[in-house]
Design a protein around this ligand. Structure first.
Ligand code: SAM
Length: 242
């Protein structure tokens, strides 16, 4: 069943969002007295009773706490170069299904796409909607936030104390050489755009991040979106998909 999330902590009786109320009452045909599982903004899941409905609005009362939220091995951030068309939408949807913790769209030197302020805002809203929808569909306990677009040096500076794993098209060192370091802890997985990484970007990450490894995904050049998903799947596999 599709997950229901609130964007606030559940403390008592509350109303579902218009979208969720429509889904629950109209699509799933639930009614007063039915029970639903709802996960709140802190990751806690409650069994809730539908106590009132009026038109397309539904009021729920929590009756039992089911869990405090999933225990994770640390954050896996996907920081990927902006892509043309709707390819980034696809990356967000699939990365959410694979269990990414957070997604950061990155403006890199060789990005074909350059977003102005107005388009950034529109994309940011759409990307977060895609992540929320994918999280509901795949039944995860949380919605991975999609951050605002960052440029590459700002990304490295912000997360410099974290471990950076960078699949780099000119690298030959195999991914499995770093796999034993990926089992837990906070990671930033960085993927270049269609035009690839600029050499200076790799230099910058290597000198400014406290732990940074470039790795190969094999002898074939993968599309950026394939590389994001292949690398993320390797990392999630190493973490037991938690
Ligand atoms: N324009 C680049 C070229 O022709 O060499 C290719 C860039 S590739 C389409 C986009 C990104 O996917 C790369 O920057 C890298 O992060 C990742 N990638 C693709 N294939 C890879 C490989 N075989 N090994 C490591 N990373 C790869």
């Amino acid at each position: 069943m599709r997950k229901i999330f609130t964007d606030f902590p559940i403390k008592g009786t509350f109303a579902l969002s218009a979208d969720d109320a429509h889904h629950v009452l109209v699509v799933l045909r639930h009614t007063v007295g039915d029970r639903l599982r709802v996960t709140d903004s802190e990751g806690a899941t409650y069994e809730c009773l539908i106590t009132a409905m009026e038109g397309h609005a539904a009021v729920l009362t929590p009756v039992q706490k089911i869990s405090d939220g999933s225990i994770r091995n640390g954050e896996v951030i996907l920081a990927a170069g902006l892509l043309k068309g709707d390819k980034f939408d696809w990356v967000i949807q699939k990365a959410t299904e694979l269990g990414v913790s957070r997604i950061i769209p990155v403006q890199m030197r060789h990005c074909v796409v350059k977003l102005n302020e107005a388009r950034r805002r529109g994309r940011w809203e759409r990307w977060n909607r895609i992540a929320a929808e994918a999280a509901k569909q795949c039944g995860r306990d949380d919605i991975p936030p999609v951050e605002d677009v960052m440029d590459f040096p700002a990304l490295v500076q912000t997360y410099q104390s974290r471990r950076f794993v960078i699949p780099y098209e000119r690298e030959t060192a195999p991914f499995h050489a770093v796999c034993q370091d990926l089992h837990h802890g906070d990671l930033v997985l960085c993927i270049g755009p269609e035009g690839g990484f600029a050499e200076e970007e790799i230099q910058y990450a290597s000198t400014h991040a406290s732990w940074c490894h470039t790795v190969s995904l094999g002898p074939r050049i993968l599309r950026a979106e394939t590389a994001s998903l292949a690398a993320l799947a390797i990392i999630m596999y190493e973490r037991g998909f938690k």
